[in-house]
Design a protein around this ligand. Structure first.
Ligand code: AHG
Ligand code: MN
Ligand code: MN
Length: 331
C-alpha cells in the first residue's frame, strides 16, 4: 500500500531533528488529534438548528458553545495532555495562557493559535480553518513561561501550519524543510499524505483582497487593482478575483494554484486586520517554505519583531512574482 499516515510521516521525519528527542513529533501528533476532533465538530455545525445555537441549552441539556471556543479548548486539552508545550497564545484569549498539564511547566515549547479562522463563515457552510505555530521557549524549562516566550519572530518557528475544514479536511504544515499536506480519510480517521512537498507556482492569476474596502486603500493598492483588470495575455491579465473571507481557504487555493492574498492597511484599520502572531506569521512561513513570499510591504513577515499578542499587520503573501508586483506599486 502506498498510503503514509501523518503519524508515520512524523516518525519518519523525526531523524531530521535529532535534538528534539521526539518532543516535536508528539506536539505534531497532538495537533493532529485536536484537528480531527475540531473537524468532527465543524461537520456538525449545520445541525445547530437541531442541537441548539451558541448560548442556548441543547437537547441533552448541555450549554452550546461557539466553535471558536470548542477549538480553543480542544487544543488546550490536547496540548496539556502532551506536556511538551508550556504556554499558548490564542486569538480567543486576551493574555497568554500557561498550560496546566502535569508536565506542562517543563515543556520546552510554546504555541500560537487561531483555533477557528473565518468563523463568520460557519453558519453558511463555507470552508474555515485552524492556524498554528510552535516555537522553542526562551525561558528555562521548569520556570513560569513569560510573554517573551510567545513574542518571537517568525524566523524562530520550529513548526507551523494550518488545518482547512473544506470539502475535505486537510492538515498542511512545515518544520522548515518544505511543506507537506495531509488529507483526512474519514473512513480510517487518519490524515494521509496527499500533497507531498508542496511548491507554490511563482506566477498565477488569482488575487484575493476585500475590494469592498477599495475606497480606503493606499494609492499603490488602488493602482495595482487597476492593473490586474487590464487585458494583457503575456502577463495572464485580467486576473480572477477570489475572496472567500476565510484566510485559510483563500490562502490554500492560492498556494496550490498560484495567487496572491492581500490585506492592506485601510483608513479604518491602519495596520490592516489580520493578526501578526496568529495569522500572518504562520501563513507567511508556509508561503515562504513553499517557495512563495510574505511581507508587510516593509519587511519580510518572518523578520517582524512582535511587541504584543494581538498585534495586527498589513500582509501580502503568495506566489513570489505576484507578491513582488503588488509591492512594486507601493503598499
Ligand atoms: P477570524 O475568523 O479568525 O476572526 O478571522 C477572519 C479573518 C480572515 O479569515 C479573513 O481573511 C478576514 O478576517 C476577512 O476580513 P474582511 O471581512 O475584513 O475581509
Ligand atoms: Mn483568523
Ligand atoms: Mn479566529
Amino acid at each position: 500500500m502506498s498510503i503514509t499516515t501523518l503519524g508515520q510521516f512524523i516518525i519518519e521525519k523525526q531523524q531530521d531533528f535529532p535534538y528534539a528527542k521526539g518532543e516535536l513529533s508528539r506536539i505534531l501528533r497532538d495537533i493532529g488529534i485536536a484537528a480531527k476532533m475540531i473537524s468532527a465538530e465543524v461537520n456538525k455545525a449545520g445541525l445547530t438548528q437541531i442541537l441548539g445555537e451558541h448560548g442556548s441549552v441543547n437537547v441533552q441539556g448541555e450549554d452550546v458553545k461557539k466553535l471558536d471556543i470548542i477549538g480553543n479548548e480542544t487544543f488546550i486539552w490536547a496540548l496539556e495532555k502532551g506536556g511538551e508545550i508550556c504556554a499558548m497564545a490564542s486569538e480567543e484569549n486576551d493574555d497568554m495562557i500557561p498550560l496546566q498539564g502535569a508536565y506542562s511547566k517543563n515543556g520546552k515549547y510554546v504555541i500560537c493559535i487561531d483555533p477557528l479562522d473565518g468563523s463568520s463563515n460557519i453558519d453558511v457552510n463555507v470552508s474555515i480553518g485552524t492556524i498554528f505555530s510552535v516555537y522553542r521557549r526562551v525561558t528555562e524549562p521548569g520556570t513560569e513561561p513569560t510573554l517573551a516566550d510567545v513574542l518571537q519572530k517568525g524566523s524562530e518557528i520550529v513548526a507551523a501550519g494550518y488545518v482547512i475544514y473544506g470539502s475535505s479536511t486537510m492538515l498542511v504544515y512545515s518544520t522548515g524543510k518544505g511543506v507537506n499536506g495531509f488529507t483526512l480519510d474519514p473512513s480510517i480517521g487518519e490524515f494521509c499524505l496527499s500533497h507531498p512537498n508542496i511548491k507554490t507556482p511563482a506566477e498565477g492569476k488569482m488575487y484575493s483582497i476585500n475590494e469592498g474596502n477599495a475606497g480606503e486603500f493606499p494609492a499603490g493598492v488602488t493602482e495595482y487593482l487597476k492593473w490586474v483588470k487590464e487585458s494583457d495575455k503575456a502577463s495572464n491579465r485580467p486576473y480572477s478575483a477570489r475572496y472567500i473571507g476565510s484566510m485559510v481557504a483563500d490562502f490554500h487555493r492560492n498556494l496550490l494554484k498560484g495567487g496572491v492574498f492581500i490585506y492592506p492597511p485601510t483608513a479604518k484599520a491602519p495596520n490592516g486586520k489580520l493578526r501578526l502572531l496568529f495569522e500572518c506569521i504562520p501563513m507567511g512561513y508556509i508561503a515562504i517554505q513553499a517557495g512563495g513570499e510574505a511581507t508587510t510591504g516593509k519587511q519580510n513577515i518572518l523578520e517582524v519583531e512582535p511587541t504584543e499578542i494581538h498585534q495586527r499587520v498589513p500582509i501580502v503573501m503568495g506566489s513570489k512574482n505576484m507578491v513582488e508586483k503588488v509591492i512594486s506599486f507601493g503598499f
